[in-house]
Write a protein of this length. Structure first.
Length: 255
């Protein structure tokens, strides 16, 4: 069942919950939403031990999209969802969702512990934000998604053709393409922010052993700057981590 939290700027943020036990909030990455993304499967796998909350980040699904966008608003959105759990929770984010979770911890949002999986601080050789904003300004949602999947993420050149062969998937991605500049802006030029050195929340930083060299550097750089962070590399995992591989270390860390 869909519930709503109200962010500081009045934006309604849609969320769901499942399971029972201590509160745990999941934060999805780019182009993901409650019904199309990683968090839904992870929530199901954790529901035997936690009351799991996952939500539509602003501009996605049933959540609002009050403009202008700023990363601070997304931090407030996450804080609103945590408040809806009862005031404090465990938090776990994947990809740019991991970056958002860490940004919230650095901003002092109340959480018991925080975990991230491959927050993509991979550096950049061009102005991704300007390019994404131009795609959206031109109304070219397909172009924004294709650019993200190939140039930004490093996917194969034939990925756009594959998307044309999966029209339902493509339609869901295009529907939230306007939020790609949000993720891009949130990622601080794709460099690990120095402010992560102020995080006092117990932190687990994870990556997969099959990560690309730039992602390996990103994961290790995050672990190095967050005080007393625990670094864990999941054997055999890529950026698209399996819930079966992700859940056991999360349970151990949050226990």
């Amino acid at each position: 069942m869909t519930s709503f939290a109200t962010s500081k700027d009045g934006t309604r943020i849609a969320y769901e919950r499942t399971g029972s036990g201590p509160a745990l909030v999941l934060v999805d990455g780019a182009l993901n939403s409650r019904n199309f993304g990683a968090a839904k499967d992870v929530a199901a796998a954790l529901a035997d031990s936690y009351t799991v909350y996952w939500y539509d980040r602003r501009g996605r699904g049933d959540s609002g999209d009050t403009l202008p966008y700023a990363p601070a608003r997304e931090i407030e959105d996450l804080a609103a969802v945590i408040a809806a759990t009862g005031g404090e929770a465990f938090v776990m984010g994947q990809s740019s969702g991991g970056a958002l979770a860490l940004e919230a911890a650095a901003s002092g949002v109340a959480m018991s512990k925080v975990a991230s999986y491959e927050a993509p601080y991979v550096g950049q050789s061009t102005d991704f934000l300007a390019r994404q904003k131009q795609f959206i300004a031109d109304g070219d949602r397909r172009g924004a998604v294709n650019y993200f999947m190939t140039t930004m993420v490093g996917g194969p050149f034939f990925m756009p053709l594959m998307m044309r062969l999966m029209p339902k998937v493509a339609a869901q991605l295009h529907a939230v393409a306007h939020t790609l500049p949000y993720d891009t802006e949130l990622l601080n030029g794709f460099e690990v922010p120095a402010r992560f050195g102020s995080i006092t929340t117990p932190t687990l930083v994870m990556g997969g052993s099959k990560y690309k060299p730039n992602m390996k550097k990103a994961v290790h750089d995050v672990a190095a700057i967050v005080p007393n962070a625990k670094l864990l590399i999941l054997d055999g995992q890529t950026h698209q981590v399996s819930p079966a591989a992700l859940v056991p270390p999360l349970k151990e860390f949050f226990q």
